[in-house]
Design a protein around this ligand. Sequence first.
Ligand code: SF4
Length: 399
Amino acid sequence: MTTQIQIEGLASSQKSLKFTSLFGLSNEQLAVLLESFTQPSYRTRQLWHALYCQRVEALEEIAPFPVQLRQQMAAAGYGIGLPKISQVFTSSDGTERYLIACGDGACVETVETVWMPNGDGGERGDGSNESDGLYGMDGLAESVSQATPAEPYHRATICVSSQVGCAVNCHFCLTAKLGMKRNLTAGEIAGQVVAVLNRHQVRIGRDRINLVFMGMGEPFLNYAAFMEAVRLLVVGVGIPESRMTVSTSGILPGIERFATEPIRPKLALSLNAPNDAVRESIMPITRKWNIDSLLLALRAIPLRPRERVTFEYVLLGGINDRLQDARELAQLVQDSRLHAKVNLIVWNPGPDTPYQMPQEADVAAFQQHLISSGVSAYIRRPRGRDIYAACGQLKRTTA
Ligand code: SF4
């Protein structure tokens, strides 16, 4: 067989390529494909298992497939097409930032993905991390390494990108400076995760892996591909949805659709301000959907037992980190009547950004006020700041 099979549901750009990635195809798409190779239906199960459970990287690794079938598929232009890690930046805190190239060879852009060993780098004092650390400025020494990691990890968080660049234009975010380049496909989103799992030889079921869809891009502006990636990662790869969190800047139609999903990650709203005026000055998207409308949509999400909505709050020195902001935020969270928590994120400095880091004492006072008002509040420990891998820094692609 030398002609390309047309699979319903594939992106048109994917159809026209000579090479077609198998990774990222749904069960139904794989079934159609294998039928076109006149294969029995059990081949679909074998291929699904190889792609998502065994996480193979080449056709030759699909052991149950006869050699002739693998050759036919290769001749027809099919390959695994898993995204490849092209560069690794290693932080002094163990965080790794990757440039990941798309697997079909036609994608000139790289996306950025981050591996944070030993927890999500996240919430000082909530017990989710083995070593809760104080925030502080790291040195800016950057090391570049292609070496595979020496030690195995049993607990880590992977931060995943959903778009190349971003159209939302949050003023404190380096990714926004890229502008919007393109949406990633479901295979490219889920493939980032699998490429990193393979690099660290993660065994699902034994190792605890959390996913945060908080890398480059606004997932709800690439909704269908993002949710398809989630389904592949839950049903195929085997990562529980309860270990996934997606962050949105507040795309109202996306939140409304998300509320109806049978399989979905937890949700974080990137709030960053206690009122619309401050929010609008740092996140212009607020002009389209204000805080009240977002809270209304959040209340419509049927939360699972013990699930909480997260309000992310990037603290910008002198902009939104004052005690009066904390008071207003506490009131807002309480009035929302949501089962919620606040993650305070100390703003990560970057070139050409007009903001200042908040003072450590102000951060502590802000958190303390929220807690004493009865609002759960945690300070996220910045990870990989020295390699531009921390929140809002995913843009410094090579240095
Ligand atoms: S913070 Fe998120 S939504 Fe806002 S510009 Fe950056 S990547 Fe886009």
